[in-house]
Design a protein around this ligand. Structure first.
Ligand SMILES: [Zn+2]
Length: 320
């Protein structure tokens, strides 16, 4: 393979269940002095989940970005799967068949030899929050991604903890504290168990909460629409959802006493669901009355792709 001269941009991809999102950052490597501003953001819907579909989507994305921005210096790919510090990608209930090393090889081939890093999407999201700006770095930070399912990450002094199996901070398949919430016990999860945080607090869980209150909706977005129209069942579902979310956040608060919980993923852009959670978290926390700061991620849906690009460019503390 002919290795092209490295360009002046770093690309970040975020492979979700239904789309491949991309950002182009104007960096090669070094230290950020200001807030990251992507020079481009693009989204490709996945035609399907087969290896052929994924490969075709990656190839199209690389051809399009290279035509506009030249060859990348480095490429980061965020995936919803456990990724060890050595780059090994484990199984994921939400990601299709191709293992991460296959995805990395395709990206390396498509970009004619750029350095490719594959990282967990929750870790990438938290890395972006910690290192995509010049602001102060919290001593202990938690990242929570409320997407279709739920991802998580944690960091100490700006260093994202990966863990030897790539599973540090993955709280999605824990059971939430569930006293007075017996209905939630039987909600099936992609991992094969039921009643997991992943099944209750992602977009799927929000939709389930709405239907459990009798709302006839077929998507999380439709349930948000009903909420914004003041539908009584949607308002009740919102209270149920926020109650469960606050209980689950109280797990983090009791376990780590973090300075800040950063919230990302699609549901983070619905303030009706995630705003002003602090008092509710404090109410469920052991000892009560105090809760970590809860902040919505500053990069919106682009967070994981930006974090993956920063990691690929070597910007910010390396994870361990
Ligand atoms: Zn699960």
């Amino acid at each position: 393979m002919r290795r092209q001269k490295a360009g002046n941009t770093t690309w970040g991809f975020d492979l979700g269940g239904s789309k491949l999102a991309a950002v182009v950052l104007p960096i090669r490597a070094g230290v950020l002095r200001d807030v990251v501003e992507p020079v481009a953001q693009r989204l490709w819907p996945l035609p399907g989940r087969s290896p052929h579909d994924l490969r075709a989507c990656i190839d199209e994305a690389v051809v399009t970005l290279r035509a506009a921005h030249g060859a990348p210096a480095a490429v980061g790919l965020a995936v919803a799967a456990a990724v060890t510090p050595a780059g090994r990608v484990g199984a994921s209930p939400n990601l299709g068949a191709p293992a991460g090393d296959l995805l990395a090889r395709w990206l390396t081939e498509a970009t004619a030899g750029a350095t490719v890093r594959v990282v967990n999407d929750g870790n990438a999201f938290l890395h972006a929050e910690l290192h995509g700006t010049s602001g102060p770095i919290p001593g202990c930070a938690v990242g929570v991604v409320l997407g279709t399912g739920v991802g998580g990450a944690l960091a100490f002094a700006g260093r994202v903890r990966t863990g030897p199996h790539g599973l540090a901070g993955e709280w999605g398949h824990l059971p939430p504290p569930r006293e007075a919430d017996p209905d939630a016990l039987g909600v099936p999860c992609g991992c094969g168990r039921s009643g997991c945080i992943d099944a209750l607090l992602g977009g799927r869980g929000w939709l389930w909460a709405a239907r459990a209150r009798g709302l006839a909706v077929d998507s999380p977005e439709a349930a948000v629409g009903a909420l914004r129209h003041g539908h009584a069942a949607a308002l009740a579902a919102r209270a149920d959802y926020r109650d469960r979310l606050a209980r689950a956040f109280a797990l983090w608060a009791d376990l780590l006493d973090p300075d800040c919980i950063f919230v990302g993923g699609g549901l983070a852009s619905v303030p009706e669901l995630v705003a002003d959670l602090g008092p509710l978290v404090a109410a469920f926390r052991y000892g009560g009355r105090s809760a970590p700061r809860v902040e919505v991620g500053r990069f919106g849906p682009a967070g994981p792709a930006i974090g993956a690009a920063l990691i690929a460019a070597g910007i910010g503390a390396a994870s361990d």
